[in-house]
Design a protein around this ligand. Structure first.
Ligand SMILES: Nc1c(C(=O)O)ncn1[C@@H]1O[C@H](COP(=O)(O)O)[C@@H](O)[C@H]1O
Length: 175
């Protein structure tokens, strides 16, 4: 099956962060492809990747990069697909440099930017985008997302119950 989400990053050193996007999309049975595509180091290939992404069948691109992170924005400038940018924290500046590079896009070229190191949320956002469609595949992703949200809610409720149980006065909203 062709990949629906392309997960690209400026270097293989970004993979420990970016793999979380691939892992969570696997939980949703969404097919992904993974590669290193650098705007700075391989500009021609980066443009080709962005230009061909839609015709190759991709529906969403997740792009992660650290430091002076131009990759997500440059991909967004050559593809009509939604691009989700992941700021990758490096040793210096803790990812603030990357966050600001990715989030401050000029008008007309949107990149949906997640938090520093937020590759898991990038994967979840990609799943939601895929789930917004009207076909059966979209519906299946949407149903899985509803299940995921139910689990998340149950875990949050347990946290409240644990916290209330530590107190003598157990009054609280969830009690
Ligand atoms: N920000 C970019 C781009 C780009 O935006 O095109 N290409 C590589 N990089 C980043 O450089 C950092 C260090 O890369 P190396 O570990 O290969 O030296 C990585 O976080 C990568 O995303």
């Amino acid at each position: 099956m062709a990949a629906a989400v392309g997960i690209v990053m400026g270097s293989d050193s970004d993979w420990p962060v970016m793999r979380e996007a691939a892992d969570v999309l696997a939980e949703f049975d969404v097919e992904t492809e993974v590669d290193v595509v650098s705007a700075h180091r391989m500009p021609q290939q980066m443009l080709a990747y962005g230009e061909q992404a839609a015709e190759r069948g991709l529906q969403v691109i997740i792009a992660g990069a650290g430091g002076a992170a131009h990759l997500p924005g440059m991909l967004a400038s050559v593809t009509p697909l939604p691009v989700i940018g992941v700021p990758v924290p490096l040793q210096h500046l803790d990812g603030m440099d990357s966050l600001l590079s990715i989030v401050q896009m000029p008008a007309g070229v949107p990149v949906a930017t997640v938090s520093i190191g937020g590759a898991r949320n990038a994967g979840l956002l990609a799943a939601r985008i895929l789930g917004a469609g009207t076909d059966e595949t979209a519906q299946a992703v949407r149903e899985r997302m509803a299940g995921f949200q139910g689990d998340l809610r149950a875990k949050a409720e347990e946290k409240g119950a644990r916290l209330r149980a530590q107190r003598t006065n157990r009054v609280g909203f969830g009690a």
